[in-house]
Design a protein around this ligand. Structure first.
Ligand code: MET
Ligand SMILES: [Zn+2]
Length: 767
């Protein structure tokens, strides 16, 4: 019989229960038992939901208090020494690795001061994982047995699960060598790591697990020969161990075709492929499935919110069945559902016409089951008819098409996407407008989003305070942020973004063609969740979106205040995009809307405008080649469409974070000044690469994901280090990213030290 499988379910809880409890645990307001209880409740609810929906293969160990990759580092004892020397409980070591920890000394314990590990984008998604960090002194051993415990927890409820683990090759390749061990090649650790997987799988088997899912998403990347052989080696080794649970090796987010040879004839139970993202691999994949192997057909999209097309999916699964037989086919989600919101039923405010086009994680679980039933010949006539109706209604809806927008996009040309003068000339004109010192200091835009801000925003949304009252409140926040920056001594100010719930959602709500949810949260990293707006139709800007706040901020200070916008590519990437129009077209529509906004800001007297593009790197197609170069071209052009309507003397900034950015990715944006997350990348080679960047640049000097406050000396030594390979006259001084998740005390202390360091160098370079 064909089976159904889910590769992973969101773990944040339907009402963000996990965020609430972890944050209060961090603040010392909730006990560890309270934290663990909420975690357990979420796991139990998720398993029951899937069981009741009729899913055959239900995942366990897809839960995490912070990040599943971090869990695995901890489980295998890949824990740099700096985290273990304080005798913290495992859970707190894990949080310290994820977010850093700084604690004053008390009578009974010494002071703690440790930075977080590097956090990186999970492939091309907006999820971030904590990078495994290996050193010569890494001693692999099992630390606890989280996957086993969670398997047993489900078993106790009478639910048999399939534990999920990141596979050994991906675990190593996604990691890096620690400072001090830079000559270490993570993949060289495979031989030491494999016995640990064996030990763990043995424990799972003893606990009663008959199957495991090992994720090897690196198989959708360009892999060197050594990595391809590592895959073979790992699965030949694990597959041949007698008595272990059956292994399903799962890939997702792209095509495996260039690496397919390394998957042939492996002694494992099954293989999973993502046919939503890469349907082109279907025929070739069918040919490599061995007689004793199962093909898991990933057909329900784990990355987007559109309702599945049952007729189409069933046809594809049917093809697999006719070739392999029904016992060897599983209908599955394309990837974990981690990247989709929990439940569409939590959205009472969505327009019913549009809501009928969507499917969130809870609905997707049911979709997998319906497709399975359909392929197995069970009666799902009513579901199929309803599905066909929604699919047809979306295709025909008036809400998706706007001719004026389509015409304007067609008129985009070189002139519209090129600034009126080259950088050198622009810089000269800008220098006449502002008197900027060497090492200009600035921040990335947001300041702490306090409870007070959230309370007032909610009141405004609920209508318990009027628009005027809310505006007054926002203005008072802006004013205090401006005064704060003046006191601290920053050169280029920001208004602080207190009016923004989220940098994309805020604009999404003002752009026509978007719809948004009230509960559609998706984990971005740790306890940070986002609520991506949904692009349903052609996009346009009915009226100014940010001018009022920027103009107010500029009116109360003589220092330049940056206008602050989210760029077209980031708006696209951090939304759920349409799947019926290509991404480039959606980006250009956004670019035109933003161009009008940029021009309006300039007309209103704003002299510096920052258009953030943190997501530009994550959108990079995972493999090198034509698709990637085309992406880089259109992404840069979209930015230039948005920003080249201004005069030369208007300074355009941009900002990038969260990823290993290559300067070549951003040169073509031609922004006057860019700021980049950098604080955890003090590798001299990486710094040297940025010398290539022709315009001005601020390499981020402190980690904004951590509450830790760097001292003035620490800033000085960081800057000194960068200046060894980077010219001082192009150098801006700023944090890694916006400060919205920080507290005010930390923010004041960090920025004060940062400005002091900038002044130190200003003095030094005067001489
Ligand atoms: C993720 S990038 C964030 C940029 C935005 N301007 C902020 O400061 O929050
Ligand atoms: Zn950022």
């Amino acid at each position: 019989m064909v089976q159904s499988a889910v590769l992973g379910f969101p773990r944040i809880g339907p009402n963000r229960e996990l965020k609430k409890i972890t944050e209060s645990y961090w603040k010392g307001k909730a006990s560890v038992d309270e934290l663990l209880k909420v975690g357990k409740d979420i796991r139990v609810a998720n398993w029951k939901l899937q069981k009741e929906a009729g899913v055959d293969i239900i995942p366990s160990n897809d839960f995490s208090y912070y990040d599943q990759v971090l869990d695995l580092s901890l489980l295998f004892n890949v824990v740099p020494e700096r985290y273990t020397k304080y005798d913290l409980p495992l859970l707190d070591i894990m949080f310290a690795m994820g977010r850093g920890l700084q604690r004053k000394a008390t009578e009974t314990s010494k002071a703690i001061d440790v930075t977080a590990l590097e956090m990186v984008k999970w492939f091309d998604s907006n999820y971030h994982y904590v990078r495994p960090t290996f050193s010569h002194s890494t001693e692999f051993k099992l630390n606890g047995q989280k996957p086993v415990d969670e398997f047993l927890e489900a078993k106790e409820l009478g639910i048999q699960t399939r534990p999920v683990l990141l596979g050994p090759v991906s675990f190593l390749l996604l990691g890096k060598a620690d400072k001090g061990s830079l000559d270490l090649e993570p993949l060289s650790l495979l031989d030491k790591l494999l016995p640990l997987y064996k030990e763990l799988l043995t424990k799972l088997q003893v606990a009663g697990a008959t199957e495991v899912q090992l994720d090897e998403p690196v198989l959708v990347l360009d892999l060197e020969k050594s990595a391809q052989s590592a895959i073979r080696k790992a699965y030949e080794y694990l597959g041949k161990q007698p008595g272990l649970p059956r292994i399903t090796l799962a890939t997702y987010f792209g095509t495996t075709l260039p690496n397919l040879d390394s998957l042939k004839k492996l002694p494992i139970g099954g293989l999973h492929f993502d046919f939503v993202r890469a349907p082109e691999q279907f025929d070739k994949v069918l040919n490599i499935i061995e007689k004793d192997q199962v093909l898991s057909v990933g057909i329900v999209d784990g990355r987007n919110i559109w309702k599945n097309n049952f007729a189409k999916s069933s046809e594809l699964v049917g093809k697999a069945v006719s070739k392999l037989g029904s016992d060897r086919v599983v209908v599955a989600t394309s990837s974990s559902l981690l990247h989709t919101p929990v439940d569409l039923e939590n959205e009472p405010k969505l327009d019913p016409e549009i809501k009928d086009w969507f499917s969130f994680a809870t609905q997707k679980v049911k979709e997998v089951v319906i497709i399975r039933k359909n392929v197995a010949g069970e009666d799902v006539k009513a579901e199929l008819e309803a599905n066909a109706k929604s699919v047809a209604s979306r295709a025909a809806s008036k809400r998706t098409n706007d001719e004026a927008v389509q015409k304007r996009v067609a008129s985009i040309n070189e002139k519209l996407s090129t600034r009126s003068a080259p950088f050198a000339q622009r810089l000269a004109e800008q220098k006449k407008v502002f008197d900027f010192p060497l090492f200009p200091t600035t921040t990335i835009g947001s300041f702490p989003q306090t409870k007070d801000i959230r309370i007032n925003r909610n009141k405004f949304v609920k209508g318990t305070i009027s628009a005027e009252e809310y505006e007054k409140f926002i203005n008072s926040e802006i004013e205090s942020v401006i005064r704060f920056q003046e006191e601290v001594g920053l050169d280029f100010l920001v208004h602080g973004e207190p009016e923004r719930n989220d940098m994309v959602q805020y604009f999404g709500e003002k752009i026509q063609g978007y719809t948004f949810t009230i509960n559609g949260w998706v984990q971005s990293y740790g306890s940070r969740y986002v609520r991506p707006p949904i692009i349903v139709g052609d996009l346009s800007r009915p009226e100014a979106m940010s001018v009022k706040e920027s103009v107010y901020a500029q009116s109360i200070t003589t220092k330049p205040v940056k206008g602050m916008l989210t760029g077209p590519v980031t708006c696209l990437r951090w939304s759920f995009p349409r799947d019926d129009v290509d991404q480039k077209t959606q980006a250009m529509q956004l670019a035109l809307a933003l161009r009008d906004e940029v021009n309006d800001l300039e007309a209103a007297g704003i002299k510096v405008i920052q258009v953030d593009e943190p997501a530009i790197r994550e959108g990079l197609p995972l493999r090198a080649g034509d698709e990637r170069s085309a992406y880089l071209r259109w992404a840069a052009q979209a930015f230039r469409v948005a920003t080249s309507g201004v005069q030369s003397k208007t300074q355009i900034h941009s900002h990038f974070c969260y990823s290993d950015l290559d300067p070549s990715h951003i040169k073509a944006l031609d922004a006057d000044v860019v700021s980049i997350e950098f604080s955890k990348k003090d590798d001299p080679n990486y710094i040297a690469e940025f010398k290539e960047y022709p315009n001005h640049i601020g390499l981020g000097l402190f980690d904004i994901h951590s509450p830790r406050v760097p001292s003035k000396e620490e800033f000085i030594s960081k800057i000194e280090n960068i200046l060894k390979s980077y010219p001082a006259d192009k150098f801006w001084v700023n944090p890694d990213c916006g400060l919205k998740t920080r507290e005010w005390d930390e923010t004041r202390a960090s920025l004060t030290n940062m400005v002091a360091a900038a002044k130190h160098f200003r003095e030094q370079y005067k001489k």
